[in-house]
Ligand binder design. Structure first.
Ligand code: PLI
Length: 461
């Protein structure tokens, strides 16, 4: 019998510059948590050991991107870096027109203001916090039309980001196509656990919306990660490059909002990309009110250069395999130890199911928020709540949303942490799991009106 040889992959880079990490004592972390109101967003970053709060703007840039910063053309108007970025967006995403914004929500703000009328509906594959808020502030109502499997943390469906075509068509028939501003399609779906949408499903959504004359606006913040999942999971795409798959995905949509702080390997930036000249013209006009001139949109020239260069790197297979491979490495170790996490393992993060981790804590006592606090307390690792606090309140009834998913997100910045950091993260979660029965829930003592998860404060029960 021949023995199968193991062939590993490794990160396609080596480390050139380091940033020291500070370790704290448990006593110091206890004080820091109280000061932060048990909200990991309110911790000082210098009190954090391994920062797995988010993959947003926390990426390590390459030497080529840093070199690009020195080529920043900081002209108020017509910066050459804008034209470089425009060329890169046309090449890799395929849209005709580009409007830079300071980050993703800047683009969401513009497109919501342009396309949503008071009383409209915006169906989508699960909400994202800032996206839904901008849709609501523009007078719309978001309707979740993701497949049911996305709300089940144990379902191993390979494309839990898919849209349920029946739910979508039922909504269109119920409210009328003229009341649907557009379909909001995200790839990969953050709140579902970093789960991808399949090419087949996206194509079907395109066919359906064409029949009713409805647009698709793509949240392509993590579409490169989605392309990787299509390549490795969807029949017919094994031989396609990431760049080809990405281009095909975008071709089924009419425009896109982008938070470049994720896929594009930068620390700040975003954009709106469009094919329709009239919408572009309106957005180009509005951006000067809210962001900056249409050739910089709130960014420095050097930021746009870093984005253009980051995009070239982000579509390389070796990069994306190592990026998602790191997340899978941690996820598989947690699964081996029976930690309840969302399956399959997501693209940018591992999501712990706090309802199953803490069956003794009711949702109104914020189990995911309590778990994120406890993880920090154990070792200084910072994670994020993605459950009832993030879901916020129903704008009509004022009640909490009570989402089915009550999760803690362990999010990996791109190209930042090593395998040893990953191992320490796993050890921490196992440690907290071992004494989970002793951990109590929280009480919310301060709640801001918008996007409360960023600034809410809690006390231990
Ligand atoms: O944080 P922004 O404004 O650059 O982007 C907003 C945004 C839009 N869509 C999606 C899918 C996101 O994940 C997103 C931001 N996500 C954050 C900040 C996160 O921690 O996941």
């Amino acid at each position: 019998m021949s023995v199968q040889k193991r062939r590993s992959w490794a990160e396609p880079f080596k480390i050139k510059m380091v940033e020291p990490l500070k370790m704290t004592t448990r006593k110091e972390r206890e004080l820091a948590l109280i000061e932060a109101g048990y909200n990991t967003f309110l911790l000082k970053s210098e009190d954090v050991y391994i920062d797995l709060l988010t993959d947003s703007g926390t990426n390590a840039m390459s030497e080529n991107q840093w070199a690009g910063l020195m080529l920043g053309d900081e002209a108020y108007a017509g910066s050459k870096n804008y034209y470089h970025l425009e060329e890169a967006v046309q090449k890799y995403y395929g849209y005709k027109y580009l409007i830079p914004t300071h980050q993703g929500r800047g683009a969401e703000h513009l497109i919501s203001k342009i396309l949503i009328k008071n009383g409209d509906f915006i169906p989508g594959n699960m909400y994202f916090t800032t996206t839904r808020l901008h849709q609501e502030l523009a007078g719309g109502t978001f309707v979740d039309v993701i497949i049911d499997e996305a709300h089940d943390t144990t379902s191993e469906h390979h494309f839990k980001g898919n849209i349920d075509l029946q739910k979508l068509e039922d909504l269109i028939k119920r409210v009328g196509a003229e009341k649907v501003s557009y379909v909001s399609v995200a790839a990969t779906v953050n709140m579902a656990g970093g789960q991808p949408i399949s090419m087949k499903n996206l194509k079907q959504v395109r066919e359906l919306t064409h029949r009713y004359g409805i647009k698709i606006i793509f949240d392509m913040t993590r579409a490169i990660e989605n392309s990787y999942f299509i390549k490795v999971r969807e029949e017919g795409y094994q031989n396609g490059t990431i760049a080809e798959i990405l281009l095909e995905m975008c071709s089924y949509t009419d425009g896109a909002t982008m938070s470049a702080k994720k896929d594009l390997l930068v620390n700040i930036g975003g954009f709106l990309a469009l094919n329709d000249f009239e919408i572009f013209e309106e957005a180009r006009n509005l951006v000067v009110v809210y962001e900056g001139l249409h050739t910089y949109g709130g960014l420095a020239g050097r930021d746009m250069e870093a984005m253009a260069r980051g995009l070239e790197e982000a579509v390389q297979f070796d990069h994306i395999r190592a990026r998602i491979g790191q997340v899978e490495y941690v996820g598989n170790k947690l699964l081996d130890n029976n930690i309840p996490i969302v399956k399959p393992i997501g693209g940018h993060a591992i999501f712990i199911d706090a309802k199953r981790f803490f069956p003794h804590i009711p949702q109104i006592e914020f189990p995911a928020q309590a778990l994120a606090s406890e993880i920090y307390l154990d070792s200084g690792i910072r994670t994020m709540e993605r459950g009832i606090v993030s879901a916020g309140r129903n704008k009509d009834t004022g009640d909490h949303y009570y989402p089915k998913l009550e999760l803690v997100r362990i999010t990996f910045p791109r190209r930042v942490y090593t395998q040893a950091h990953c191992d320490i993260t796993v050890e921490t979660i196992l440690e907290v799991f071992d004494h989970r029965e002793k951990i109590k829930g929280l009480k919310m003592i301060y709640e801001p009106k918008y996007l409360r998860f960023f600034q809410a404060r809690f006390e231990r029960l």
